[in-house]
Design a protein. Structure first.
Length: 136
């Protein structure tokens, strides 16, 4: 019995199906993650007005914490008890290291006493790059 010659067999091309699957999964991932990022900034919060306006470039942040008029703390659009903030900030600090950053969006009617525990927790967790969202 003669063994077929591998040299004369034509090249049929690489199978592109797995690569196409991966590309579609990446597209879906980025669409979903960008949708969630945009959705968080739509939470109904009346931001305080800044007395001085020095616009900064808008860099992406590791975490956004929102405090609404009812003094509920929201992370990712979900209400989170204040006792969970320490753990969430520690996770962000561990994940992102020194580049970890925090944006705090709070209603203008919320007193500073409700924001101070978030600032303390972020300092303890090592998240030192903190941005406060305000109106222009």
């Amino acid at each position: 019995m003669k063994i077929p010659d591998q040299q004369n067999r034509p090249f049929t091309g690489a199978n592109m199906t797995p690569m196409i699957d991966v590309v579609f999964l990446l597209i879906i991932f980025f669409l979903v993650s960008s949708h969630l990022a945009r959705q968080e900034s739509r939470l109904p919060v009346e931001l305080p007005v800044a007395s001085t306006h020095n616009p900064l470039n808008v860099d992406p942040v590791s975490l956004t914490i929102t405090v609404n008029r009812d003094r509920q703390v929201l992370v990712g659009g979900k209400v989170v008890p204040m006792t969970e903030i320490d753990k969430i900030l520690a996770d962000v600090s561990q994940r992102d290291g020194e580049s970890a950053s925090l944006r705090i969006r709070t209603d203008g009617a919320v007193p500073y006493g409700n924001i101070e525990p978030i600032l303390k927790a972020s300092a303890i967790a090592g998240v030192l790059d903190i941005k406060l969202a305000v109106k222009e």
